[in-house]
Design a protein. Structure first.
Length: 95
């Protein structure tokens, strides 16, 4: 999703999301951190995460704790929405 503050763009992007059973959760969070790190808007920076908390295909060696520490060091807030895919449980420890 593009960076910005347009509520309609954000709403449309969230509404058009599709759930899949495999995710690169940690890769996606890392990419978000990199995008926001170079974005200087004068506003708060935040990552919104919609996930079941399971990462099963990421290439990064960064794990949830390391990514959380990196976000804190760069003053990036995170908001997490736990979502179930089918009957799978949420990985609450990661979320």
């Amino acid at each position: 999703m593009p960076l910005g503050t347009s509520h309609s763009v954000i709403s449309d992007s969230v509404s058009s999301m599709t759930l899949y059973s495999h995710s690169k959760l940690f890769d996606a969070i890392e990419a978000g951190i990199e995008m926001l790190d170079g974005f200087n808007s004068g506003n708060d920076k935040a990552i919104f995460i919609f996930s079941d908390g399971k990462d099963n295909t990421s290439n990064t060696n960064n794990k949830a704790y390391n990514l959380q520490q990196e976000m804190r060091s760069k003053d990036i807030k995170s908001f997490v929405m736990g979502m179930r895919f089918g009957t799978n449980d949420l990985d609450q420890e990661v979320l």
